[in-house]
Design a protein around this ligand. Structure first.
Ligand SMILES: [Fe+2]
Ligand SMILES: [Fe+2]
Length: 376
């Protein structure tokens, strides 16, 4: 029904709307003659997903980007909270000596350590960088939804630490003390630092490329690659009927993250479509190299989490899964694939595809839907 509204925006007025990034320019500033159209006597800038100082961020209808609205609705339909999931059996298993092997405990702790802080890094980037420069109101509505989901994910790791009586200093310092975790976080932050500068603006080809790099860094690399070895490991535990509470929470997080990755990819593809001059062979090669570097770090992380095979997982099969996932991310943003590796874990796709089916590990319905999307 929303699609009825999905026409282009009305012509804007020539006053700067409230809610723009502090660095945004007045309507006529930084515009070439090509950027301007004359509508009703006013000079209005062409609408775009970035640099749209003519967009009123408070006027959501009619939609200009219906896909952003669609991802918002998918996010709402997947609503969940950490404390809905019982941790009782996890607590019993975790506290029973010998119930889990040392290698299983290591793998669980390393993933809790990585995700607990990665969720905050991601949330900060949405609020402090992306939201500032993406002024289109339906995209902002999605970003607010995504920020809420990242808060739920952050809450999940607080809940897991509390339930299992883990040492918070140990878990929340692992992004500094575990070299393979630290390397991943530093890699993403390094690529995205310039965008966090309060003087940064997305004006001009070089700055648009920097902004795209930020979106690649967090949406494609962090949420789309660095989360996926961990997802495969934690969902293997669930398949082996161990730590089923944490496993179920990771399943919900993965479902949310798959929408985050799709939104990020659509954001990149839209910026490129609206600013085709930025998509040079050199820039595309730079992004592909960044993704290859991320795959190498994710493989090192998997080897560190899985020094020996457990739960039907080995570091080399997890590595192939990471390569397979990276190719899917490259395709999604219209870049050539690199690895050509078969998916070694087809069951991961089955989990993603579960739709209103009972969770095959438990009797609980995982894919419950709420609100207007509920199919009675
Ligand atoms: Fe998240
Ligand atoms: Fe996310």
């Amino acid at each position: 029904m929303d699609q009825n509204y999905s026409t282009t925006h009305d012509p804007s007025t020539n006053t700067e709307p409230l809610g723009m990034a502090p660095t945004s320019s007045p309507l006529s500033q930084n515009m070439t003659n090509d950027d301007k159209t004359t509508t009703g006597g006013f000079q209005a800038q062409k609408k775009g997903i970035i640099n749209a100082s003519g967009t009123d961020p408070n006027k959501i209808l009619p939609f200009q980007y219906p896909w952003a609205r669609e991802y918002y609705k998918q996010g709402v339909a997947n609503n969940w909270t950490a404390e809905e999931v019982s941790m009782q059996r996890d607590i019993e298993l975790w506290k029973t000596p010998g119930a889990l092997s040392d290698d299983e405990r290591r793998m669980i702790l390393w993933n809790l350590g990585f995700f607990s802080t990665a969720e905050s890094l991601t949330a900060n980037n949405i609020v402090l960088a992306v939201y500032n420069h993406v002024t289109n109101p339906e995209c902002r509505q999605y970003l607010l939804r995504q920020a809420y989901e990242e808060a739920i994910h952050t809450d999940t790791f607080i809940y897991c630490c509390d339930s299992l009586s883990l040492d918070p200093d140990e878990i929340y310092n692992m992004y500094l003390t575990v070299p393979t975790v630290k390397a991943k976080d530093e890699y993403v932050v390094k690529f995205t630092q310039s965008v966090m500068d309060s003087n940064f603006s997305t004006t001009g080809t070089a700055n648009i490329q920097k902004f795209i790099f930020d979106v690649v860094g967090f949406y494609i690399i962090m949420e789309g690659i660095f989360f996926y070895a961990g997802f495969a490991m934690m969902l293997s535990l669930l398949r082996n009927n161990k730590m089923i509470g944490i496993g179920e929470q990771f399943q919900y997080i993965m479902r949310d993250e798959s929408i985050h990755v799709n939104f990020g990819a659509e954001l990149i593809n839209t910026i490129v479509a609206e600013n085709p001059e930025v998509w040079t062979p050199e820039f595309k090669a730079q992004i592909t190299e960044a993704i290859k570097g991320a795959v190498d770090l994710e493989i090192k992380y998997a080897e560190d989490c899985l020094p020996r095979g457990i739960l039907g997982l080995r570091a080399d099969t997890v590595s192939d899964y990471v390569r397979h996932i990276a190719d899917r991310r490259l395709e999604r943003i219209n870049l050539d694939t690199v690895y050509g590796v078969e998916n070694p874990f087809p069951w991961m796709s089955e989990i993603m595809d579960l739709s209103k089916e009972k969770n095959f590990f438990e009797s609980r319905v995982t894919e419950y839907q709420t609100g207007g999307n509920l199919d009675w």
